[in-house]
Write a protein that binds this ligand. Structure first.
Ligand SMILES: [Zn+2]
Length: 402
């Protein structure tokens, strides 16, 4: 039975790999560097708009982080209305309220400003604007956003989710406590603004956990079976940038160059995983989020080394490749040693940034359900290097017990 299931998973992965090659996922134009936020309103695609909905959250408004954007919109005679009610895990209600505001003000474009939550919420507000007969729930899954969304721009204020370049938006249904993803190439923004100035004030634990989320995206995209030459290059570049800059921004939050590198890493990791997909780290982390509200990046950071160890032999050569770009290798090292060094380096980074080695909310009695849900998410969808069965998954989750 397991043998047939595995066969089916591999066939499914192949079809998805082919689909991702024939369906061209667009890459947003990137405005990068210090002060790039001021350049967005001068872009042709934005200049022709009259009334923009800015989707953000209250904290960012309070921190006056939007000021430069608002001034430049005014200078270019572009009107805007701010929707700042997005919650940390955006809900269907958040989307519907944003939609009402968009229609009421006759908006003709959307700017998302913030971390993953405002970006994901903005994507689906856009999807609802152009597909009014599709409810949020009905768009769940793959390619169910039928008509293109209005002109859409992303300004990330964290370096991690990669939502500024991915086809995905994760939404929460508070009635069922279910988190689900809507994936469609129409959700990729036209322009992504990567301005390190917006990230200087990030709290330390947000810097570390979002950065480790980006690392997980890059590693899972690279070690999975659906990577291409293009995604592998992007993933390797992201890993290199994260290894060279994450601890630096954690210790010196105002280091602009390192912040800039982390923004680029998050973007490249996003480019890689939206094409090559993710694996069991994310599948388990999503369910820790759904069951206990563990923040996404934190859950990934804790789980990543355990899953890499579980994959074992199947990823030795790939981890060795990653170890080489991060320059932790010695000329004498064989691939097995390099792979081990790579995993140890992640553990070391986690320790230095005060990431725990277990999930404090995790209860033994929940493990069967968590394993069932994680496998439902990952099998057959994720092109993982080694397929996990129910027992393996339970054993892995047990290692995360406090
Ligand atoms: Zn993630």
């Amino acid at each position: 039975m397991q043998f047939l299931k595995n066969k089916y998973q591999r066939a499914y992965n192949k079809i998805m790999k082919y689909a991702s090659i024939v369906l061209p996922i667009p890459i947003p134009k990137v405005l990068e560097g210090e002060g790039s936020i001021k350049k967005l309103a001068n872009e042709k695609k934005l200049k022709k708009l009259k009334n923009i909905l800015i989707v953000t959250d209250k904290i960012l408004v309070k921190l006056n982080l939007l000021d430069d954007l608002l001034v430049s919109l005014k200078e270019n005679n572009i009107n805007y209305i701010i929707y700042d009610a997005v919650q940390p895990n955006p809900t269907i209600e958040n989307i519907e309220n944003g939609l009402i505001l968009y229609k009421k003000n006759k908006c003709d474009g959307i700017i998302a400003f913030g971390g993953g939550s405002p970006m994901d919420c903005a994507k689906i507000i856009g999807a609802r604007v152009s597909n009014p007969y599709m409810s949020v729930r009905r768009m769940k899954g793959l390619f169910r956003v039928f008509l293109p969304i209005p002109p859409f721009f992303c300004i990330p204020t964290t370096a991690g989710t990669g939502s500024e370049t991915t086809i995905a938006a994760v939404i929460t249904d508070p009635t069922t406590h279910e988190k689900f993803a809507i994936n469609d190439i129409k959700l990729v923004p036209k322009i992504a603004v990567l301005d390190p100035n917006l990230m200087l004030g990030l709290p330390k634990h947000i810097t570390s956990t979002t950065g480790l989320d980006a690392l997980t995206h890059a590693v899972e995209a690279f070690i999975g079976l659906n990577g291409t030459k293009f995604t592998n290059e992007k993933a390797k570049n992201a890993v290199k940038l994260i290894f060279n800059n994450l601890e630096e921004v954690y210790n010196n939050p105002k280091n602009i160059e390192a912040r800039n590198n982390m923004a680029l890493a998050s973007f490249d990791a996003g480019v890689a995983f939206t094409r090559a997909y993710i694996g069991y780290v994310h599948a388990i982390a999503h369910n820790m989020g759904g069951m206990y509200g563990v923040p996404h990046g934190l859950a990934n950071a804790i789980i990543l080394p355990y899953v890499l160890e579980y994959y074992g032999e199947s990823i030795i050569n790939k981890l060795a490749d990653l170890a080489k770009v991060t320059k932790i290798e010695d000329n004498k090292d064989n691939n097995k040693t390099l792979a081990k060094k790579f995993i140890n380096k992640i553990k070391e980074m986690n320790k230095k940034m005060e990431i725990p080695t277990s999930i404090k909310e995790l209860k033994m009695s929940d493990i069967p359900l968590l394993a069932k849900r994680a496998l439902k998410e990952a099998n057959p969808a994720y092109p993982v290097p080694k397929i996990m069965n129910y027992e393996d998954c339970q054993n892995l989750i047990k290692k995360l017990l406090p």
